[in-house]
Design a protein around this ligand. Structure first.
Ligand code: COA
Length: 167
């Protein structure tokens, strides 16, 4: 990959199939969102859904929503139930990059773009949930580990990470 080939942009409706492919590659079946859920996220809040594109192909994505709450463990938020575009916080639901494009900084660029969107909209915090092995990765980007989440999404243990936006 040449650095100049990578484009990070807001999702478009026709990206659905490619985004779903990225989701399926990235997450095991009991954690992956359905195609319907991905479509719902694209249709409802494209402002918080970014794709990484190389040569016209979507190879990574980050998506999320907004909430006024600090508790992000509610499963239904991932289906935008309780999502409030004016909410003071943003929440990342999914971040994934196709295996052959990993470890080149693309996920870092996607999270950076998501945080930039949060800052532009004067949000207070960006939250996400991750597994143990990625805590240090997100800490490296400036997220703070808040401890274990009450969520048992997909039967796993999840850690809450929080990035505070400061101007
Ligand atoms: C996690 C993920 C999005 C990272 O994408 P990426 O584009 O490779 O990330 P970057 O290139 O920006 O950063 C790479 C860094 O991520 C961390 N990392 C990635 N995968 C890791 C793993 N399995 N274990 C530990 N650290 C890991 C490392 O710090 C790595 O840096 P290194 O290559 O110097 O070791 C990608 O591995 C992925 O899609 N995984 C499957 C879906 C997933 O787990 N998403 C996270 C949900 S919270």
């Amino acid at each position: 990959m040449q650095a100049g080939d990578l484009v990070i942009r807001n999702v478009l409706p026709h990206d659905l199939d490619e985004c779903y492919a990225v989701e399926i590659y990235g997450f095991p079946p009991d954690e992956a969102a359905s195609k319907e859920t991905i479509k719902l996220r694209i249709d409802t809040f494209p402002q918080g859904f970014f794709v990484a594109e190389i040569g016209g192909r979507v190879i990574g994505m980050v998506n999320g929503g907004c909430t006024n709450k600090d508790d992000i463990s509610a499963e239904e938020l991932k289906r935008l139930i309780g999502h409030d575009p004016d909410g003071r916080n943003m929440v990342i639901f999914a971040l994934a990059v196709l295996p052959e494009f990993q470890r080149q900084g693309i996920a870092g660029r996607l999270v950076g773009r998501f945080v930039e969107e949060a800052r532009r909209n004067k949000k207070e915090k960006v939250f996400l949930m991750c597994k143990q092995h990625l805590i240090a990765y997100y800490e490296g980007m400036g997220f703070v580990h808040r401890g274990l989440s009450r969520s048992t999404h997909g039967g796993s243990q999840w850690h809450e990470m929080c990035f505070s936006i400061t101007d």
